[in-house]
Design a protein. Structure first.
Ligand code: MSK
Length: 664
């Protein structure tokens, strides 16, 4: 057995780690072995916000030089991490809004509004008139209204109105309704500067406000605008893992988060002229795949195949089959430069915000996007003849089919069609106990925990226990590799969940998109809460959020905005606030008493699942729903046809088919 089986659940990554090892190439897996985490920073008790320190608050040292306590230092560090995550997501959203503005003003001729329906819906929500107006005029107003949310100084963010009324009132009463996106991030940085906010609870409450400005602000508008520009996702099939790389084609991988360039790179890869050019270089064609959330963006809308998730990035280059890895923003390892040096692969940075020393920089500009995309693709094609000259090509024959593209709009549609779309069937299924509850499983990989294991374990256990799972980010790619993002996953689902999924026609694990698309989960939760029967707030739902293998500051912002929205959130891997029992209490019991949601760091996967199920059952009991009984439902698909036809035709539908058998 390979020695790498203990560090990854992904057989392709396992094989490529062997390849890398043979060539003496170091990866994040190796570095995680010999770089031991600093125990002081790890617990959040290192303060380095001024030049008197850094102060390490360990042992007998109970305060920093300025007198800052452990609780203050730990809370300040967490607050800053949340702010950094919120800034990253929201700045991505800002770029989407700027791109929409450029399109509307005719300055980005290679783009157009692809989803006019969504544009009209968003414009109407923002109070922008649409009657008799040109598409681009509406788009201009939408872009400007979105951009205004960033710099708004007073009032509250418009997108908060998408939350249930009760939730909005909680935010208002607590004074944590964000005023403007940038304002809350800046205020966190100000509050956590030396000698300012030194009350852990006060700092953490502003952390919630800052996170809300991301979830119900920058990220939410980013998802909206991306849908407007590139289309609202609908289910489609695709494939995931290293087997998506092609032996005889030019392989280009897009990696990062923004879809602006990658959508155009896809167009360039499909351009007959470029394909012909690739053939002149000896390739049969051009194969575009993705990594991380740029992959998720292009997968969700265009079905572009995904080569892997966060910890796959270095190993994709180790196949020796990648002509160009094109990166934009976020989650891009600097180590890619070093790995690429062993191969012919060109690492191409494209964002004006993200250069990497040693990489080729071809700056993206939406005003001449297609021209730049073609230039980048040409770089890849020109590099094809260099493949295999110095290195052996090894593409693991590992891939899995998947279904992606579940937007909240489509989930509504599939539960009633165009005119009667709703969340009624889903709510009813939860109320009867066919579906025990809902879990959002999201987030990154982290080499401090075996790659993909916890994602896969948690998701399998939850669906086995009749919990419907919604996913985003690298977590979705992880379970896709295992084959759980498709109908085959029904074989692993509990009987009640299976029954509902078969009736509606969905898999038990739904891929909702990239990191910023966690806001789709907020929207689904909001619509379930307002549909009726499951309380009247997100906090009432039998639902839990999990980030089993998180690593990025963005994950902390996501976790905090789900908590502020009333959700119990569980993070795995490591506890960055372990140094303060008081901060741990404040973000669990403390936040729960204020906003109904709480954040806990639970490192044991079994305990994660157990706590999730306990919480779901607790919420069911609070709602007065029947106790979950795994044996109550479950002869899905095999209900006697006589029983089915004994029911008047107008009352027959697949959803209620089981009822004819069980007598419910
Ligand atoms: S890419 S933030 S490693 S999910 Fe969105 Fe994956 Fe986490 Fe990056």
């Amino acid at each position: 057995m390979s020695k790498y089986v203990s560090v990854t659940a992904d057989p392709a990554v396992e094989q490529l780690l062997e390849v890398a090892h043979e060539k003496g190439i170091e990866t994040a897996f190796d570095r995680a072995e010999y770089i031991k985490p600093c125990p002081i920073g790890s617990d959040g008790v290192c303060c380095k916000i001024c030049a008197m320190g850094p102060c390490r608050l360990v042992g007998k040292v109970k305060t920093g030089i300025c007198g800052a306590t452990v609780d203050t230092v730990v809370a300040r560090n967490l607050g800053r991490q949340i702010a950094a995550g919120a800034a990253a997501h929201s700045d991505h959203g800002r770029d989407m809004a700027l791109a929409l503005l450029a399109v509307a003003e005719g300055e980005a001729p290679d783009y157009r509004v692809r989803d006019i329906g969504k544009l009209v819906e968003v414009a109407t929500f923002l109070g922008i008139s649409v009657e008799g107006r040109e598409t681009n005029d509406i788009a201009k107003d939408v872009a400007e209204a979105a951009l205004a949310q960033f710099g708004q100084q007073r009032g509250t963010l418009k997108y908060l109105e998408r939350a249930p009324r009760k939730r909005q009132q909680i935010w208002k009463d607590l004074g944590i309704a964000p005023r403007g996106i940038d304002r809350e991030v800046v205020e966190t940085l100000h509050r956590t500067h030396i000698g300012n906010d030194q009350d852990a609870e006060h700092i953490l409450d502003h952390g919630l406000r800052t996170a809300l400005s991301d979830g119900w602000g920058g990220s939410m508008l980013s998802t909206d605008i991306t849908d407007i520009l590139f289309g609202t996702p609908v289910p489609l099939t695709s494939e995931v893992n290293m087997g998506c790389l092609e032996e005889d084609e030019v392989n280009i991988i897009v990696h990062g988060h923004e879809p602006l360039l990658s959508e155009l790179i896809l167009m360039a890869c499909q351009d007959p002229e470029m394909i012909e050019y690739a053939k002149t270089k000896g390739a049969k064609g051009i194969n575009l795949t993705g990594i991380c959330c740029t992959a998720n963006e292009t997968l969700m809308r265009q079905g572009v195949r995904s080569a892997g998730n966060f910890l796959s990035q270095e190993l994709a280059i180790a196949t020796g089959a990648v002509e160009a890895m094109v990166v934009d923003i976020q989650c891009i390892m600097q180590a890619l430069v070093g790995v690429a040096e062993h191969y012919h692969t060109k690492l191409i940075t494209t964002s004006r915000k993200a250069k990497i020393t040693g990489a080729t920089h071809i700056e993206f500009d939406e005003h001449k996007a297609f021209e730049i995309a073609k230039r980048i693709v040409k770089e890849g094609i020109d590099n094809f003849p260099n493949r295999g000259k110095a290195e052996k090509v090894y593409i693991p024959n590992v891939s899995a089919p998947l279904v992606a593209g579940f937007s909240h709009e489509y989930l509504r549609y599939m539960q009633g069609g165009y005119y009667r779309g709703s969340f009624r069937p889903l709510n009813d299924a939860v109320m009867t106990g066919r579906i025990r509850g809902v879990a959002g499983v999201v987030g990154c990989n982290n080499p401090r925990t075996p790659h993909d294991y916890t994602h896969n374990y948690v998701v399998q256990e939850l669906i086995k226990n009749d919990v419907l799972v919604v996913q985003t980010g690298c977590s979705a790619i992880s379970v896709a590799k295992l084959g759980l993002l498709g109908p085959e996953a029904l074989d692993h689902a509990g009987p009640g969940l299976r029954e509902v999924c078969e009736a509606i026609g969905i898999p038990p694990v739904l891929h909702l998109g990239s990191c910023v698309d966690n806001t789709r989960i907020l929207t689904v939760a909001s619509q379930m809460a307002t549909e009726g029967g499951l309380g009247d707030d997100i906090g009432d739902l039998p639902a839990v959020g999990l980030a089993p293998e998180w690593m990025s500051e963005k994950a902390l912002s996501i976790g905090a905005y789900f908590v502020a929205s009333g959700v119990y959130v569980i993070f795995g891997t490591k506890n960055p606030i372990a140094g303060s029992e008081e901060v741990q209490r404040l973000i669990s019991e403390g936040w729960e008493s204020k906003v109904g949601g709480k954040l806990e760091f639970i490192l044991d996967p079994e305990e994660m699942v157990q706590k999730t199920l306990e919480h779901i059952d607790l919420k069911r009991a609070e709602l007065g729903l029947p106790e979950y009984d795994p044996d109550r439902f479950g002869q899905s698909g095999d209900a006697p046809l006589e029983a089915f036809f004994a029911v008047p035709p107008e009352e027959r539908n697949l959803y209620s088919r089981k009822a004819y058998v069980s007598g419910d």
